[in-house]
Design a protein around this ligand. Sequence first.
Ligand SMILES: Nc1ncnc2c1ncn2[C@@H]1O[C@H](COP(=O)(O)OP(=O)(O)OP(=O)(O)O)[C@@H](O)[C@H]1O
Ligand SMILES: [Mg+2]
Length: 107
Amino acid sequence: MAVDDDPEVLRAVERDLMAEGGELKVRTKLEPATVMIEIRDNGAGIPPEVQPRIFEPFYTTKGVGEGTGLGLDTVYRIVRRYHGDIRLESKPGDTCFQVRLPLDIKE
Ligand SMILES: Nc1ncnc2c1ncn2[C@@H]1O[C@H](COP(=O)(O)OP(=O)(O)OP(=O)(O)O)[C@@H](O)[C@H]1O
Ligand SMILES: [Mg+2]
């Protein structure tokens, strides 16, 4: 998947990550019963004390008028809706989100 397939995604990525130059890697993998989507960047990273809060609605470290804090809340809801899970590992220069969605969705 190319990020520039979707102009909205591209704009958000440029604003959030690429403005100062950076790399975003998206990788997908088919596992036995799940699809795994990995989104990795080489930005500043998410400090350990911030990590527990990033999925809270309206939690943002961006300035007033810059971020809603709803990005990851929305991601989390969608992933939960499909009975998936999301994992985060982050240190300065390497942040990696892994989303896993079961292929056999039970409504
Ligand atoms: N890849 C990342 N690298 C560094 N910090 C991140 C990353 N992803 C999320 N964060 C941190 O988590 C916080 C919450 O993220 P979230 O996407 O929910 O809101 P936001 O990005 O601040 O606002 P919006 O999504 O509306 O632009 C961010 O403010 C930032 O501190
Ligand atoms: Mg966001």
